[in-house]
Write a protein that binds this ligand. Structure first.
Ligand SMILES: Cc1cc2nc3c(=O)[nH]c(=O)nc-3n(C[C@H](O)[C@H](O)[C@H](O)COP(=O)(O)OP(=O)(O)OC[C@H]3O[C@@H](n4cnc5c(N)ncnc54)[C@H](O)[C@@H]3O)c2cc1C
Length: 404
């Protein structure tokens, strides 16, 4: 999918005022764009980092201010109009106009979509008090207020988010159950070898793990959550539950606009969805030249890098496709897990440094004999060297195999 980008936009609108949107705005100004710049964001807060929400903010180790991505004066220096606390509700592409939920409109020549994702919900009733989703600072505040030693927390979904919240809750002295239909925590993200380590890490810290079983229903005592029933008949006492079962891209406002929305906003290798529209961050999928397939990442580093790449593409300045080595990290108890590349459930995992069980090791993931990802577990100094090995390997490969 190759297309012409619009020449010299005079007004650029960015929808989604978080990591990707902010990075795009900064890049536009850095690249010399002096036209009108509007950032539209549903949340009322200035851009902040979400990763600490399930870690330092929930544990109370960080103040909220510490999560701010930029200082007030840095935001002011962008000379942008900030429309916070309002959402884009639809897009009129013919007239290049965004309609907001307060009835106002914003015109643009160039549009950057950076609306992120929203947590998926359980089919069963979630409107009981004590049932939480975690995406925003407000969500984190609500949970933190209810994190009290001795209370019972059921975490539904043992991905990164669920595992991180379980770890914080145990540190605080809560009783924690972690439930997931898959056979081990984070197996989809990290494969079975490393998932076994995650499983024993949580078990050692006293989390009860219910793997291979789903949630059948949530029940309340009046309006307050009291128990979670599992599909195998187990009944878990629950004062609180976190539902962390993945997310869906925020694209409803873009429906019926002719944009392709098969996996978030579908873009070409330059983050372009249309001649005058680019997308970045969790909401954007694009053709990754190294992995030779459409990729959509939910990682903060990617949001920052892709925001910059998308802004350059919109200005017609992108000379190369967007081809980052994906990176993410997770903190659970005393484990810092760092991953470069794209681990695959079906990849062969080999331990290349240290020993699993010793609390320090590194792993390499090969798919069809080719290196596709590296992981370190409490080995931060090894991480950059392994990343370089991965980079050379990916660059040498004409095509990175995928099992999809
Ligand atoms: C609790 C938590 C922990 C995480 N931990 C890690 C981690 O350890 N490591 C890591 O790499 N990543 C982590 N992530 C993921 C990381 O935070 C995201 O990848 C990153 O925030 C994506 O940035 P974004 O700008 O694309 O989207 P978002 O940060 O989701 O921002 C999108 C913004 O757009 C707004 N919006 C949505 N729809 C509209 C609309 N129609 N109109 C206007 N505004 C709209 C949203 O309200 C939001 O403010 C974590 C995420 C969460 C929630």
């Amino acid at each position: 999918m190759m297309m012409e980008v619009s020449e010299h936009p005079e007004r650029i609108a960015i929808v989604g005022a978080s990591a990707a949107g902010l990075s795009a705005a900064e890049t536009l100004r850095r690249e010399g764009f002096r036209g009108g710049l509007t950032l539209i964001g549903s949340e009322t807060l200035p851009p902040y980092k979400r990763p600490p929400l399930s870690k330092q903010v929930l544990s109370g180790d960080w103040s909220e201010e510490r999560t701010h991505l930029r200082k007030e004066e840095e935001l002011k220096a962008l000379e942008a109009e900030w429309r916070l606390g309002v959402s884009a509700s639809s897009l009129d592409r013919d007239n290049r106009r965004i309609v907001l939920n307060d009835g106002s409109t914003v015109n643009y020549d160039g549009l950057i979509v950076a609306t992120g994702v929203a947590p998926r919900r359980l089919d069963t009733s979630e409107d009981l008090d004590g049932v939480h989703l975690l995406r925003t600072m407000n969500d984190a505040r609500r949970m933190r207020d209810q994190f009290v030693a001795g209370r019972h927390l059921v975490v539904v979904g043992a991905g990164f988010l669920g595992c991180e919240v379980a770890a914080v809750a145990r540190r605080i002295g809560m009783e924690v159950s972690l439930v997931d239909p898959l056979s081990a925590p984070m197996i989809r993200q990290l494969g079975s070898t490393v998932a076994r380590e995650v499983d024993s890490l949580h078990a050692q810290h006293g989390t009860r793990i219910y793997a291979g079983v789903g949630v059948a229903s949530l029940h309340g005592n009046g309006e307050r959550l009291s128990e979670v029933r599992l599909t195998d008949g187990t009944v878990l006492q629950a004062d609180l539950a976190l539902v962390a079962i993945g997310s869906t891209p925020n694209v409803d406002w873009l429906r019926n606009t002719g944009l392709s929305l098969s996996n978030g906003v579908d873009c070409d290798a330059y983050c372009r969805a249309a001649p005058d529209i680019v997308a970045a961050g969790d909401v954007a999928s694009w053709e990754h030249p190294l992995f030779k397939r459409r990729v959509r990442l939910e990682h903060q580093t990617n949001a920052l890098e892709q925001g910059a790449a998308a802004a350059q593409a919109l200005l017609g300045l992108a000379v190369e496709p967007f081809a980052p080595i994906p990176y993410f990290w997770s903190d659970q108890y005393n484990a810092k897990i760092q991953v470069y590349g794209m681990p695959h459930e079906q990849a062969r995992t080999s331990i290349v440094r240290g020993e699993p069980g010793s609390g320090r090791f590194a792993a390499a993931y090969h798919l069809d004999g080719r290196l596709v990802a590296v992981l370190t577990w409490n080995m931060p100094r090894e991480t950059l060297g392994l990343r370089e090995e991965l980079r050379s390997s990916l660059n040498e490969q004409q095509t990175v195999p995928t099992a999809r």
